[in-house]
Design a protein. Structure first.
Length: 358
């Protein structure tokens, strides 16, 4: 039964299909599903504090089922994006329908697709890393593979990390820094790697060059292929692809915003920072949204042990706990006064409790 829960993510493409089949306002059906139905189910079903027993962790980690579920998602995402490009190129959608359709797909490619890419990108297998990059290509955010693994996980909960939100910082201010400084930092990290290997930064071995070109090339291939079948309307695949990419990676940055808001690591005597531990990320244990997000909400354990597979991430009582699952927290983050009223107080209460416990 626990294994079957991870198939819940595949409901989102089906909801997109259903909404499009029904047409009109139903193009927004997936938006309602993500931000109304899932939060309601989170509250009804409740939280899950169950951890895999230590003696079973290795066996569960090695269970190929969990890997193949993520592999399957890669193919689903490619089909979804290609189908979406075909729809906007061949069917007459009103402006509202186009927005609803594109948003619904972006919630899927960003909410599930980038989550899966995040999971696979942390693994040592060449196949898993290849799939991570392929998924990120479909949302025009391939630099995340470099910046997240070699930047964010090193600098998390410090002022040097563009993906760590400061206390009192709105999501909109955070988005500008996370997107633009994050992209610039990925170039810096990759250029440094090239120099260490004795290669020129402008060599094609520089992944950032490929990561910048590939999404554009993929969009161009979509357009060229569709032009053979849809004629002059094939150009509509281009705005569709880049708009869904924009909302997909914006969803990612919303998740980053809520995962680390206001949390900072203590500086040490040597001018560095204390080691990353489960206290440095917000955690959420809502069962339903965790199934949809492949346990991403157990983020505290992920940052403490980045190599762990999603199916064996632990709930940790000492970690700061979000009051709701990610879908609800995302909506709140979009309204800064509401977010600050809830989270600034919660952040200070948690800090006080942590100091008392220490």
């Amino acid at each position: 039964m626990h294994k079957l829960g991870y198939f819940s993510a595949f409901l989102l493409p089906l909801v997109v299909l259903l909404g499009h089949f029904l047409g009109g306002a139903f193009e927004f059906l997936n938006v309602a599903f993500v931000f109304i139905i899932i939060p309601l189910l989170d509250e009804l079903v409740g939280k899950d504090r169950y951890n895999i027993p230590k003696e079973e962790v290795q066996a569960v980690s090695d269970d190929q089922f969990f890997k193949w579920v993520t592999y399957a998602w890669v193919y689903v995402q490619f089909v979804l994006v290609i189908w979406g490009a075909w729809v906007v190129s061949t069917q007459a959608l009103s402006t509202a329908e186009w927005i609803g359709f594109t948003l619904s797909i972006a919630l899927t490619t960003g909410g599930i697709g980038i989550t899966v890419a995040h999971e696979l990108g942390h693994k040592k297998s060449a196949t898993e890393r290849f799939y991570a990059k392929a998924l990120l290509m479909t949302v025009s955010y391939m630099h995340f593979y470099i910046e997240h693994n070699r930047g964010h996980h090193v600098r998390v909960a410090t002022p040097e990390d563009p993906a760590t939100a400061r206390k009192g910082e709105s999501f909109y201010a955070f988005w500008l820094r996370a997107v633009f400084i994050g992209y610039s930092h990925a170039w810096q990290l990759e250029n440094e790697r090239m120099k260490r290997n004795g290669k020129h930064p402008l060599s094609l071995d520089n992944e950032m060059i490929r990561f910048t070109i590939l999404p554009i090339a993929f969009a161009g291939l979509l357009w060229l292929t569709l032009s053979l079948y849809t004629g002059s309307n094939a150009w509509q695949a281009l705005p569709f692809f880049f708009v869904q990419s924009f909302f997909a990676f914006t969803l990612l940055e919303l998740v980053d915003y809520i995962e680390h808001y206001g949390i900072v690591r203590k500086p040490t005597a040597d001018g560095r920072y204390e080691r990353v531990n489960p206290l440095h990320s917000w955690n959420a244990n809502h069962l339903v949204s965790n199934f949809f997000l492949f346990q991403l909400q157990r983020h505290s354990d992920h940052h403490a042990h980045a190599i762990k597979r999603y199916q064996v991430l632990d709930h940790l009582d000492e970690s700061p706990q979000l009051p709701f699952g990610y879908p609800t927290m995302i909506l709140m983050a979009l309204i800064p006064p509401l977010w600050f009223t809830l989270m600034d107080k919660k952040l200070e209460n948690w800090k006080t409790a942590s100091l008392s416990a220490g």
